[in-house]
Design a protein. Structure first.
Length: 82
């Protein structure tokens, strides 16, 4: 299950977007260990055709790493239309 919220035009920037999401999963590979996640991103419009989106995720009780209580992931996406 996943749910999120997005805000368009944050900081009066008409082409930008900010978002947050929450997720829950009951992995088949590790039953009984529910996995939860939080995610946040900011899509920055560099030009009308180019966007840069940094992303941060925190996963609690990661199914593929049962020794860890949480893991933090980060990413960056560059999107160009032409």
């Amino acid at each position: 299950m996943r749910s999120g919220l997005g805000i368009e035009k944050p900081f009066e920037r008409p082409s930008d977007r900010f978002g947050m999401a929450f997720s829950w999963a009951e992995p088949v590979s590790n039953p009984g260990r529910d996995q939860y996640g939080l995610e946040a991103f900011y899509r920055l419009a560099l030009t009308p055709d180019t966007q840069l989106t940094p992303d941060r995720q925190v996963i609690f009780n990661p199914a593929d790493n049962p020794k860890a209580s949480s893991v933090v992931l980060g990413g960056v996406r560059l999107r160009t239309l032409f």
